[in-house]
Write a protein that binds this ligand. Structure first.
Ligand code: G3H
Ligand code: 13P
Ligand code: ZN
Length: 331
């Protein structure tokens, strides 16, 4: 069967085959861990993001993790967590059932038990319990609680250690913010979490570093060798200059933005990162293409006409990431 959208043609070669495309995130990440590549966990802000991400996954024959924040669930469900989570499960499954690459749905940064339970109940593949702002023992306790509930019905769990915050050269500051590899070993053994996000110097959004990009790669290597788990890099957008300039040239005002350089992303994959969380780059692309479309189609009133180039922009960014992460062709 052929599916054609925004100039993209997709072949569903495996339709009706044995593959079950909506899978446990753990399954996707175990393969990535074994064969040392990474899979993008792309944040979905609305339906258009979801379509573009899944079309790119199918075309690039790449496994993919669809990530929704609590904010995205709240938005989709018009304020009702369970409704939002169910909407995402239905949408992702409706696509995945017709796809030939593994797709999973993940709750990103679950901090509120209501959202975590809603995601588990609705049928998410995995949830993140983010208690990284709490002291170690409390983080451990909160994470164990979620692991017990989620594992009982086959949902895998991600947790975070250390805080997401850009790092400077100040040693005291570094130690208080970044993951402690020995703590990571104990944490993983006690909680039985399935994948771990160690803070190594990234932060969310478009302004990650003041000067040079600095990540603590030695620390990452230690966490990998002490835990052996699939590891997750949050705040991993590269914030490419061309995307930012494009958006600015159509009226955006994103100045001094700086992300994780692509070479550094390749390096962290070599050192054991298997899940790369990306939201900001997709948002910058969205904003740039939207501004351009609105400027150029002044007499247009059909929103779908604006969304066509917007979705193509996201599709292109995701395609480029899948090549960079080496997940293309693995699905
Ligand atoms: O890690 C956070 C993601 O970028 C989602 O952000 O809470 O604005 O949806 P959000
Ligand atoms: P960015 O803001 O760098 O895209 O990170 C997204 C993220 O970590 C979502 O969990
Ligand atoms: Zn994150």
């Amino acid at each position: 069967m052929l599916y054609c959208q925004m100039g993209v043609t997709i072949k569903y070669e495996n339709l009706g085959g044995e593959k079950m495309p909506y899978v446990d995130t753990k399954e996707i990440l175990s393969d990535a861990n074994e064969r040392r590549y990474a899979v993008g966990a792309f944040n979905v802000n609305n339906l258009e993001f979801l379509q573009a991400i899944l079309l790119a996954a199918e075309d690039n024959r790449s496994p993919v993790i669809v990530a929704t924040s609590e904010g995205a669930i709240k938005y989709a469900g018009a304020g009702v967590p369970l409704r939002g989570a169910e909407i995402f499960v239905h949408m992702v499954r409706a696509f995945a059932d017709k796809m030939s690459v593994p797709v999973s749905l993940h709750l990103d940064h679950g901090r509120n038990m209501e959202y975590i339970l809603a995601a588990i109940k609705a049928g998410y593949s995995s949830v993140m319990i983010d208690a990284s702002h709490l002291p170690f023992e409390e983080n451990l306790r909160e994470t164990s609680k979620v692991v017990e509930i989620a594992h009982a019905i086959g949902v895998s769990v991600e947790a975070e250690l250390g805080k997401l915050k850009g790092i400077e050269d100040n040693i005291v500051e570094r130690e208080s913010v970044l993951v402690d590899p020995n703590e990571a070993k104990v944490f993983v053994e006690k909680t039985e979490v399935d994948f771990l996000a160690p803070a190594i110097g990234t932060s969310h959004g478009a302004f990650k570093f003041h000067g040079e990009a600095v990540l603590d790669l030695e620390r990452l290597e230690k966490v990998k060798s002490l835990t052996g788990l699939p590891l997750v890099l949050h705040g991993a957008s590269a914030v490419p200059a061309d995307l930012v300039e494009f958006a600015n040239s159509f009226g955006a005002d994103i100045k001094g933005a700086k992300g994780v350089p692509e070479e550094m992303l390749k390096k962290v994959i070599e050192l054991g990162i298997n899940k790369i969380n990306t939201d900001t780059d997709l948002r910058i692309s969205f904003v740039g293409q939207m501004r351009k479309a609105l400027q150029e189609m002044r007499s247009e009133i059909d929103p779908r006409k604006f969304f066509k180039p917007v979705m193509k922009g996201i599709y292109d960014v995701v395609t480029q990431k899948m090549e960079l992460f080496d997940s293309a062709g693995r699905g």
